[in-house]
Design a protein around this ligand. Structure first.
Ligand code: FES
Length: 124
């Protein structure tokens, strides 16, 4: 089979879909080649990610990657979330086909972008 059961599960039943109003950090990234876009919203309390939601306009693997990535960082410390790699996301999904690895990269980048947005806003 091309996709793991976990990928299929997170694709057909994605966790944490949506928008957080007044989010503390927002990250939006896209992949120019496939045109897919991913947006991550963070609610931060102290040094913890209290809530996280995503909106992904993209392929099934991108949706599954966003879903898994948000599950992996929910309730975690910011410092832990910063260490999340696309490899960890792909592994948690029991793997992605080689030509779909960039979809998990999008998830890593979107989370990093949302965290830097949060730090930027803190500085102001
Ligand atoms: Fe581009 Fe999946 S094909 S994010």
């Amino acid at each position: 089979m091309l996709y793991s059961e976990k990928v299929m599960d997170h694709f057909s039943n994605p966790r944490n879909v949506g928008v957080i109003e007044n989010a503390d950090g927002i990250g939006e990234v896209g992949n120019a080649k496939c045109g897919d876009i991913m947006k991550i919203y963070l609610k931060i309390e102290g040094d913890r990610i209290q809530d996280v939601k995503f909106n992904t306009f993209g392929c099934g693997s991108a949706i599954a990657s966003s879903s898994m990535a948000t599950e992996l960082i929910k309730g975690k410390k910011l410092s832990e979330a910063q260490e999340l790699t696309n490899k960890a996301v792909a592994e948690a999904l029991d793997g992605l086909p080689p030509h779909k690895i960039h979809c998990s990269v999008l998830a890593e980048e979107a989370i990093q972008a949302a965290i830097s947005d949060y730090y930027q806003k803190q500085k102001k």
